[in-house]
Write a protein that binds this ligand. Sequence first.
Ligand SMILES: [Zn+2]
Length: 173
Amino acid sequence: MPEDGSRLCNVAALADEAREVDLVVPLARLERIVPRLVSTEGTAKGRVALDRYQGHVVADVSVEAEVSLQCQRCLQPVSLPIAGSSRVALVESEAAVGNVPPELETALAQDGRLRLADLVEEELLLALPSAPRHPEGHCPGDVPGPMPEESAEPTQRPFANLGELLKSGRSKS
Ligand SMILES: [Zn+2]
């Protein structure tokens, strides 16, 4: 039975039991996500697996959600699936952050306690696109019909372009 992650958990105890917790968190409750959303309907699905790693309490956090964002091209709502995962060391103080191996993210668990929903929120925040857009060809802001004369240039292929850049870079050196 998934929980909503709003309860303060003793993370060391969960790590010692190597617990995996499935979470379903209403988007409306994620205060740092809400300002980015066009609609707060829906939920984020998360999983937090706790364990110990090199003496640290670590959480493998994964999250997926369908979120309604504002398309940066047409400014209309666009519903996008997002997902992310990270390995996070849960530390009890800012001072302990320095001991965490660099490959891990860190999160503060004051007095060893944390709401698992906060981990899900952080992961979701990292996964949100900074410039959300409708998928290619599905944006109402795209110009319909034939392109105007002046932009009737050959289709740009980003990698062909990159090849040109590399060539010119080489010829300069
Ligand atoms: Zn759009």
